[in-house]
Design a protein around this ligand. Structure first.
Ligand code: SF4
Length: 264
């Protein structure tokens, strides 16, 4: 007759025991779409981010809404540093849709040749400049539906432009935010849309305006993809990530970056 299982024994622990191994403590698994943090914990996380970076900024160089839009379109599968190298001279000669169109496909391609997928991106930059002139009087629209209709512009790009150029509390989920949402259990979800939806629900309204920049910068410089640097993390005591290696928070001081996209 089969022995009855102890009441609280999970399948994983039972398997380990059957194989003669030690009983393993089951890791709390975030329920998809539900944060594992209390509202108080989330508030404290973002309070600390706001002290560390009172005025966070994206690292893509731009001089107006149009150049920001172009920079974000060019940044897909490319680094901000690499995009900035190409766009500084480009934006010096073409900072409006009219000037970009006048420059033409071939010359735009020459400027951005160092960026991955440059041929397709050059076509998109010309096509979106044409659309902006034809449908929006040469201005970048402050409207998500209109933005996502532009060539090469998806939801993430639209969210960055709405947030950075127009001040909307949007959440542009990139690879860093998707990872953090799941790793930390802050906003578990298998698609950027699910993580975005959950983050918009759990982050206190007062912190939403800058939240996407704080999370991107935290993911880029501290909670890195391959090896999170928990000993440098200001939320290490709050974090519930299974991979965390320290529970002692780093001192809460203002971040002082070394330069153009450089790490500390
Ligand atoms: S403690 Fe580690 S895993 Fe948690 S947020 Fe900080 S760096 Fe990431």
């Amino acid at each position: 007759m089969q022995k009855p299982k102890p009441k609280n024994q999970t399948r994983r622990a039972a398997l380990a025991l059957r194989r003669g191994g030690k009983s393993v403590k089951p890791r709390p698994r975030p329920v998809r779409g539900r944060s594992v943090y209390t509202p108080g914990e989330v508030h404290e996380m973002f309070r600390r981010f706001s002290v560390q970076r009172p005025e966070p900024e994206g690292e893509l160089v731009s001089v107006n809404a149009f150049t920001l839009l172009v920079a974000v379109v060019l940044s897909a599968q490319a680094t901000d540093v690499g995009v900035n190298k190409a766009t500084r001279p480009l934006f010096a000669v073409a900072d409006t849709p009219q000037k970009m169109l006048a420059l033409g496909l071939e010359k735009v391609g020459d400027y951005i040749r160092t960026i991955g997928l440059w041929r397709n991106k050059a076509k998109n930059v010309i096509a979106l400049s044409e659309t902006l002139i034809r449908d929006h009087g040469g201005k970048v629209p402050d409207d998500r539906d209109a933005l996502v209709k532009l060539p090469g512009v998806g939801r993430k790009t639209a969210n960055v432009v709405l947030n950075t150029a127009f001040g909307h509390p949007t959440m542009a989920v990139d690879t860093h935010i998707l990872r953090l949402g799941n790793r930390l259990g802050l906003a578990p979800g298998n698609t950027p849309e699910k993580v975005e939806e959950q983050l918009l629900k759990v982050i206190p309204a007062e912190y939403l305006r800058h939240a996407h920049h704080w999370l991107i910068l935290h993911g880029r410089y501290v909670c890195k993809a391959r090896k999170p640097e928990c000993e440098r993390c200001i939320i290490a005591d709050i974090c519930k990530a299974a991979v965390k290696t320290s529970a002692i928070p780093a001192p809460l001081v203002e971040w002082a970056p070394l330069g153009d996209g450089a790490d500390q």
